[in-house]
Design a protein around this ligand. Structure first.
Ligand SMILES: *Cc1c(COP(=O)(O)O)cnc(C)c1O
Length: 376
């Protein structure tokens, strides 16, 4: 039960789970290309290690938001195709273009900036993002034709190559998603009319890729599902054949036997009903444990399930374990693979009124991250 060698607080990432999830998704979805989305440090799982694990599972593209995330992959020696799509208004594209990063372009101004960043006779690699209803980035429909014409001119001039045209569905409703897909098809037709015929066409993230076959095109961009979490409220990861890669755990830092009526943590929102044992868990909102999950967040200690007693503090929270025999140093699992009997990220999402994406991505602070499995 006790785990004397376990660190005080850590994220453990099972890289073999990432590899297996990507392989499973690739088989299930069946597109020519699969992009593993490793933005935001691979949703908190560790970008470089997860990128390698996803490539081992058959992903042939990597996706990130910022150029700095793409450059981190390149600096680690990963030379697989990478697309980055969210840019500072004053972004300097020279290094990314030289590193062979595909740049997602959402305006003519960005198109010009990327073309201007090409050096020598190596054209910049561009993928044009179309806005099809989500109201985020992407070229607005009214600007598609001029953008395509200008892109074709720059392509002919040797400044850039348009390798892809993409968009993003919102999972608003099946009808809204179909409308977005229709708009996207219209965009592809207009691009072709302007002389652009890129190989890479993609609009689906995990949810659409799994639930809406007509959204698959030549590639899908898989984030959350690669990490073994479900993008759907109603369908679990296990039902999709996926295994959560992340376990969040710590060690009991203190144990205290107390009388009935003892107040716990700030504001005493919890008071013991009887004589009981309180244990201190050294993870707090500095690590990304949502304070909103105070009184609700589940943990597993010694194979038993408990809930946080009282408020989550910056560095710690308390669990009332009743008369269970818990000792300083025992392992506390906040979440992991529910198939092993521990809570899942989905249980924490429910406790904090949020989504599993936010639970895993927000972790940080003093947590260390360690890996299991993987090629290394
Ligand atoms: C984050 C992101 C994805 C991945 O989304 P998931 O729902 O995690 O699969 C795909 N495409 C774009 C443009 C994104 O920003």
């Amino acid at each position: 039960m006790s785990a004397p060698s376990a660190p005080f607080r850590e994220i453990v990432v099972d890289l073999d789970a990432v590899t297996a999830n990507v392989a499973r998704l690739r088989e299930l979805i069946g597109t020519e290309h699969v992009m593993a989305v490793v933005k935001a440090n691979a949703y908190g799982h560790g970008a470089v290690a997860c990128a390698r694990a996803a490539l081992a599972g058959g992903a042939d593209w990597l996706g990130v938001a910022d150029l700095s995330e793409a450059m981190e992959l390149r600096a680690a020696g990963i030379d697989a195709p990478v697309l980055a799509w969210l840019h500072d208004p004053d972004e300097d594209f020279v290094d990314a273009v030289a590193a062979g990063v595909d740049i997602g372009v959402s305006s003519i101004a960005q198109l010009e900036a990327v073309a201007g960043a090409a050096r020598g006779d190596v054209p910049a690699r561009v993928q044009i993002k179309l806005e099809t209803g989500l109201s985020r980035n992407g070229v607005a429909a009214g600007d598609w034709d001029t953008t395509f014409v200008r892109a074709r001119e720059l392509e002919r001039a040797g400044a850039l190559t348009v390798r892809g045209i993409f968009s993003h569905v919102s999972n608003a409703s099946p009808d809204d998603d179909r409308a977005a897909i229709d708009a996207y098809r219209d965009g592809l037709a207009r691009a072709a009319a302007a002389g652009l015929t890129p190989d890479l066409t993609h609009i689906a993230a995990s949810a659409a890729a799994l639930s809406l076959p007509e959204s698959r095109f030549s590639m899908v961009r898989l984030g959350i599902a690669s990490y073994g979490l479900s993008p759907f409220g109603a369908e679990s990861a296990a039902e999709l054949g996926l295994r959560p890669a992340m376990t969040l755990r710590g060690r009991v830092a203190a144990v205290r036997r107390v009388q009935a009526g003892t107040g716990v943590s700030y504001d005493y929102t919890y008071r013991t009903e009887k004589e009981t044992t309180l244990v201190l868990v050294p993870l707090g909102y500095a690590e990304g444990i949502p304070r909103h999950a105070s009184g609700r967040g589940p943990v597993s200690i010694g194979g038993e399930r408990y809930r946080i007693a009282g408020r989550v503090a910056m560095d710690q929270f308390v669990v009332d374990v009743g008369d269970a025999d818990v000792e300083v140093g025992d392992e506390v699992v906040l979440f992991g693979d529910p198939a092993t009997g521990v809570p899942g990220a989905d249980d924490w999402a429910e406790a904090a009124d949020t989504i599993n994406y936010e639970i895993v991505t927000r972790l940080g602070g003093r947590l260390r991250r360690s890996y299991r499995g993987g090629a290394a």
